[in-house]
Design a protein around this ligand. Structure first.
Ligand code: HSE
Length: 373
């Protein structure tokens, strides 16, 4: 019996979309899982059509009208790799409303509009998968939602932004300048279109919201997640890694420590969820300290499993495309949404969220960085 192929339409042929499209154009046999329907690329929606054609995308696949592509009966699965808030959110909603499956790499949209998108997908029975939104190419959300589902998870913490880890590594190991390394991270396709989201910790914070949804069954409000270290004066420091100076890096190195932007979410005994994204001083020889460059590392603590760690390429087109492709294969196999099998999420309003408390170490800039292990 021949199985009807699932027709895939990609919206956005940028850093990630281009790599997804390339996998289809190379006719990877891995996109025809033996236990599911074969996947077929039938449309690409891209604003800059000339640039897309120049990059080798056949003109016959291209359109500059993504809403039309979704509304037409020509695609079964919509892959959203355009990024940003709008029109991505509206396009994802439109696809889910008509019962189409969606695969997205968009951490901003999932973190900020997760509750409404989850409700909509559950109502229409549509599938929404977003493995590429957290941890780049690391299989992370699937294992948390599925393989670790029988555990009571108490904490998830990790390095979840490749750009800032690349910057902190180059500053500490090579004494390089912040601005120069950021430019390199942008050139390598690690940073967001506006790298403010990376360096201010907002991208990591979005990813933490998504991790908390799968680990604790609740969508926390992104604005409730702290993203600033304290100052020795008692004031709040600059967001994310924007206040980190060469002097801070050197003085911590003298004590055998290195800064890592660590995102942590924890279930407190009173039922509140603690969540923070802060540059954290960890021992240079620890697992987080040795997690260099664009790598991400996430540790999940649970009962009865203990601690499970995930590490791998956290940013860049090929890494994110690998996660998008694995979501497509999961849909072809009928696995369902990323949260499949978990109960519907608790309403945001029902939750107490507060920052994670930790001891801190004073640095020359006046920042007091939490101490990690
Ligand atoms: N800008 C993101 C990062 C891309 O640097 O981690 C991957 O989500």
């Amino acid at each position: 019996v021949s199985v009807q192929p699932l027709r895939v339409g990609v919206i956005g042929a940028g850093t990630v979309g281009r790599e997804v499209i390339r996998a289809f154009l190379d006719r990877s046999p891995r996109l025809a899982p033996p236990d599911g329907a074969p996947l077929l690329l039938t449309a690409v929606a891209e604003k800059f059509t000339e640039r897309a054609i120049a990059s080798g995308i056949p003109e016959s696949l291209l359109t500059d009208a993504p809403a039309h592509m979704i509304a037409s009966g020509d695609v079964d699965i919509v892959v959203e790799t355009m990024g940003g808030a709008e029109p991505a959110r509206t396009l994802i909603s439109a696809a889910l409303s008509t019962g189409k499956s969606v695969v997205t790499a968009n951490k901003h949209v999932i973190a900020h509009f997760g509750p409404e998108l989850e409700r909509l997908a559950r109502e229409t029975g549509a599938t929404l998968r977003f493995e590429a939104a957290v941890g780049g190419g690391i299989p992370l959300l699937g294992p948390i939602a599925l393989d670790l589902a029988a555990n009571r998870i108490s904490r998830v913490r990790g390095i979840v932004n490749g750009t800032t880890n690349f910057i902190l590594t180059a500053m500490a190991r090579e004494g390089r300048d912040y601005a120069e390394v950021l430019a390199e991270a942008q050139a390598r396709g690690y940073a967001e279109a506006d790298p403010t989201a990376d360096v201010e910790g907002l991208d990591a914070l979005n990813k933490l919201v998504i991790l908390a949804r799968l680990a604790f069954g609740a969508w926390i409000e992104p604005a409730a997640v702290g993203n600033r270290p304290g100052m020795t004066t008692g004031a709040q420091g600059a967001p994310g890694i924007t206040g980190v100076t060469a002097g801070d890096v050197a003085s911590l190195a003298a004590e055998g420590r290195i800064l890592r932007l660590i995102a942590t979410t924890r279930l407190a005994e009173d039922g509140a969820i603690e969540a923070s994204v802060v540059p954290t001083a960890v021992p240079a020889g620890s697992s987080f300290g040795r997690c260099d460059g664009v790598l991400n590392r996430v540790e999940v603590d649970g009962v009865p499993v203990g601690r499970v760690a995930f590490e791998g390429p956290g940013a860049g087109g090929p890494a994110a495309a690998a996660a998008v492709l694995s979501d497509l294969v999961a849909i072809a196999r009928g696995v369902g949404s990323t949260w499949a099998g978990l109960p519907a999420a608790v309403e945001r309003s029902a939750l107490a969220v507060r920052p994670v408390a930790a001891e801190c170490v004073a640095a020359p800039s006046g920042a007091c960085y939490p101490v990690g292990d």
